[in-house]
Design a protein around this ligand. Structure first.
Ligand code: NAD
Ligand code: TDX
Length: 332
């Protein structure tokens, strides 16, 4: 009964969280993952088999979810369709996994009185102007822009309703943009790094002035574990590491690491509905639960990430061609 269930534990952040659990706790872990295109068995393969078990399955499968919840007291829910550009191309799996899947987990939590932590995103709050002095807080009104962020907003609302109406013991976290090892090459930082490794120009959407608030995936993991262990049931916590950078700043830093300069950038078709800026005020998490990020220096975290992609080409190479073909079809 002391095993923890991690949905989406073969994805980018979920697998990082499983590593974190194995390293920092003595818990045993069950991963429930559908192993979609975004998953990577290899990311958790090297972990000891007596600590981590992988169950291949879908979070919308109510029978499977019910059985797993009857054997676990705690669940951390990372599983999602996670890429905005894909959601603009085909929103359907986003509704299915992010909304129906979360509903399925909530019903099982209610039935088996399981403690649930729901992992969400700052994108549910919409975006900020570049010169707005404000940052997102737990009180910012929901205002999602894309099918992805709307589906995550929907899932957050379900969690809040199940807490209030049925007394489900759940918490929610909304985190900013993650970077680090094992991130799919469809995402901004890995796409730019692997383009540069291939000698292809980094492709920047629109004017490149959009701002994201970067946090290392391992800091996201430590915050989620802290909330699971010490967070107040029913509460929402924002997770961020004060890492605001424009996309151009990130690409310029990467170009520097490859000995190249900004003249190499290719500006491409902008993302439809592209959010301008995200920024997180994580004071509640820090003050109430005493959390702070370990990776304070974004530029050195970025350099480590470049080294990881250089050293792990075997892992990302098989996905690169199909990813670039998708972007090429969109003029990106
Ligand atoms: P990811 O796309 O890398 O991984 C998602 C994982 O979920 C994959 O392993 C996939 O196989 C699995 N999955 C998808 N549909 C499933 C289903 N129906 N049943 C079971 N498993 C399924 O995503 P990520 O970037 O690691 O994001 C993880 C979570 O963190 C998501 O909920 C996302 O919304 C949230 N989040 C991500 C970021 C970010 O910057 N990437 C920031 C804030 C919050
Ligand atoms: O090739 C690109 N060029 C580019 O300029 C890509 C792939 C992206 N971009 C821009 C779009 C965004 O402004 O870079 C920024 C980051 O893009 P993504 O990596 O797609 O992330 P984003 O859309 O900000 O969403 C991410 O953070 C919040 C995750 O994918 C979400 O799952 C998370 O909720």
């Amino acid at each position: 009964m002391d095993r923890i269930l991690v949905t989406g534990g073969a994805g980018f952040i979920g697998s990082n969280f499983v590593h974190h659990l194995v390293r920092e706790t003595d818990r045993q872990v069950t991963v429930l993952d559908k192993l979609t295109y975004a998953a990577s068995r290899e990311s958790i393969d090297a972990l000891p088999q007596d600590r981590v078990e992988l169950v291949e399955g879908d979070i919308t499968d109510a029978t499977l979810v019910d059985k797993l919840f009857s054997d676990h007291r705690e669940v951390v829910h990372f599983a999602a369709e996670s890429h905005n550009d894909n959601s603009l191309h085909d929103p359907s799996p986003f509704i299915q996994t992010n909304i129906v899947g979360t509903f399925t987990l909530l019903e099982a939590s209610r039935k088996h009185d399981v403690r649930l932590h729901h992992v969400s995103t700052d994108e549910v709050y919409g975006d900020l102007d570049l010169d707005d002095p404000k940052r997102f807080t737990e009180d910012t009104p929901y205002n999602p822009s894309s099918p992805y962020s709307a589906s995550k907003a929907g899932s957050d609302h379900l969690v809040r309703a199940w807490v209030r109406s049925f007394g489900v013991r759940a918490t929610i976290s909304n985190c900013s943009n993650n970077y680090g090892p094992w991130q799919h090459v469809e995402k901004f930082i890995p796409r730019m790094i692997t383009n540069l490794i291939d000698g292809v120009p980094p492709k920047v959407y629109g004017d490149g002035l959009n701002v994201r608030d970067w946090i290392h995936a391992d800091d996201h993991s430590s915050a989620v574990l802290r909330i699971l262990e010490q967070g107040r049931v029913g509460e929402t916590y924002l997770i961020g590491a004060d890492g605001e950078r424009s996309n151009l700043q990130v690409v310029t830093a990467l170009l520097g690491l490859f000995g190249r300069d900004e003249s190499d950038i290719e500006f491409v078709t902008d993302r439809a509905g592209h959010d301008r800026r995200y920024a997180i005020e994580s004071g509640k998490l820090r003050a109430e639960l005493g959390w702070s990020p370990r990776f304070q220096d974004f530029e050195s975290g970025l350099a480590d990430t470049v080294e990881w992609y250089r050293a792990n080409e075997d892992w990302w190479r098989p996905h690169k061609q199909a990813t670039e073909a998708f972007y090429a079809s969109k003029g990106q």
